[in-house]
Design a protein around this ligand. Sequence first.
Ligand code: PGA
Length: 237
Amino acid sequence: MQVLVYKDAATIAKAAAAIFAGEIAKKDGYVIGLATGSTPVPTYQELIKMNKEGVLDFSKVISYNLDEYVGLEPTHPCSYRYFMNEQLFDHINIDKNNTHVPNGITCNAEEYEEAIKAAGGVDLQLLGIGSDGHIGFNEPAEDFVYPTNIVKLTDQTIDDNARFFNSRDEVPTSAISMGIGTIMSAKRIILIATGKNKAKAIAAAIKGPVNPAMPASILQMHQNVQFLLDEDAASEL
Ligand code: PGA
């Protein structure tokens, strides 16, 4: 596990995009795992810029997203499919048929897991972290859940994500998410965290025991993971 601390979110975005560019160039059919939320947006902006400048080609890239809210149609403005189209896919030369986000209506967990396996697994997975330590939507629990599954969101996650909805009542209470095993099967992982509200989760994930009550702590067991943090997120290390 490598921990890299940067001065701000913009510098992290450049570093993360450079990792993506170096990895994607390695082979046709490279599989990237993508995340939603506020944290990856500057990275996506860098990827869009590099694609427009002609230094990063997505035409042969395949993507799988971590998660989706249960009950939201892919066309719903708060769905993660909609978010990905708006924040990244509509602005780069990726074939939309090669982009995959779990379906929150059919909740095809097994099918999603099998599709990732059939694609050869994720080569590079991008992660954020919840203030409660979740990765994907794998919330603190008594046991790690390994395959793609349906997860009940914690009150903390619902509070955190209410900012994307008109009111807290509109936030779905469950989600379909890649499991801990799906994430751990990725060949390389980069986790980005910025801001003071992530500092406690980051410290527990990196220095605490590996424990399903702090889902991100499982990453201590991964052989190729880098944490890209700003000074605030790293402040309790
Ligand atoms: P955020 O979400 O980037 O919006 O803070 C991160 C996460 O929940 O994984």
